[in-house]
Design a protein. Sequence first.
Length: 364
Amino acid sequence: MVKEVHIPDGVQANRIDMEYFESNPKPANLDAHSTLARTFIEHHAEQNRRVALVTSGGTTVPLENQTVRFIDNFSAGTRGATSAEYFLESGYAVIFLHRQYSLLPYSRHYSHSTNCFLDYMTFNDAGMVVVNTEYQHQMADVLAKYNKARKENTLLLLSFTTVNEYLWYLRELAMLMQPLGAKSLFYLAAAVSDFFVPAERMVEHKIQSSEEFHIRQPNGATGQPPAAHMEGKQLLIDLDPVPKFLKMLVDRWAPQSMIISFKLETDPSILAEKARSALKKYSHHLVIGNLLNTRKWEVVFVSADGGEKWLRVPAGRRTKSVTGLLPDTPSTEESREPAVEIESWIVPEIETLHTEWIGHGDQR
Ligand code: PMT
């Protein structure tokens, strides 16, 4: 007779944690990231400053070890990069764990835009390159904030690409931040893959589409079937679930930190319910729900006490003082921008919640 054994949640999480990190390789940059982060955290702990870990951008899932093809998760990095600026304005030191080449705080005003950055430049009478007059004011504002962050050493940029790198870095950073206690905050805006190819089922070389080159590539020591392979003309992909890292973060890696996650949905009718369900499952502090098409205009805060609060910014053309660098001629894209950056509302709300949390202790 087989007896069913109940494994408590904590033990289960511990086992998943061990298994995942034992069987998926440590990123080459882990030690370098860790050294930078340790110095940064120690410096700000001495200054008695709050530290926010802001995650941003989407993780990838490589299909081959020498990666030619990969699956990506949607996120430009706008939420994370914009929020990071407002956390800095609120006096936090920020570790910005972002997808490589996604938007960055401050440079976001000039990169990835419809303008080429050279459009912001012009020649003066002496033939020197200078900032175009119409952008001077806005660029001075951004530059002053950027210089302040540099001078005070309050912004640390660390990048990831794959979901595996993301998980390793998140765990490492969380453990380094433990001495900060309640002064540490996790703001998880990154879009993290739910499914992946575990190392033991990853093929080494580029998957061949042409039938004459089909080979079942040998698959590590385990002999497990490859997660992605050709059958006839079809590419078959069979992904494993990514372990629910939020559980591990809350229970084990950062038990004393304030943890805020985002929930992205496309169907408005399930957003609040999904956010409530995530809170119930992971027992962290706050879930911020957003919809793909309206994420710049509205978000919903769902908190552990069952509260639900919508933040909605007015639609309309953003003013120059908010965006910095919009061209004078309005375009369709421009008119679709919100009147203010919603992160300028989100972050102060979070700062207030964090202050209460530091004052009153864990309300979870
Ligand atoms: O960068 P932008 O273009 O501005 O877009 C911003 C955004 C829409 C990506 C951002 O606001 C956002 O919603 N980020 C979270 C997207 C997401 O991953 O949602 P999800 O529903 O798949 O996951 C919800 C939470 O579960 C995540 O915060 C994550 O912490 C957690 N999770 C996810 C996967 C996993 N294996 N384990 C987890 O614990």
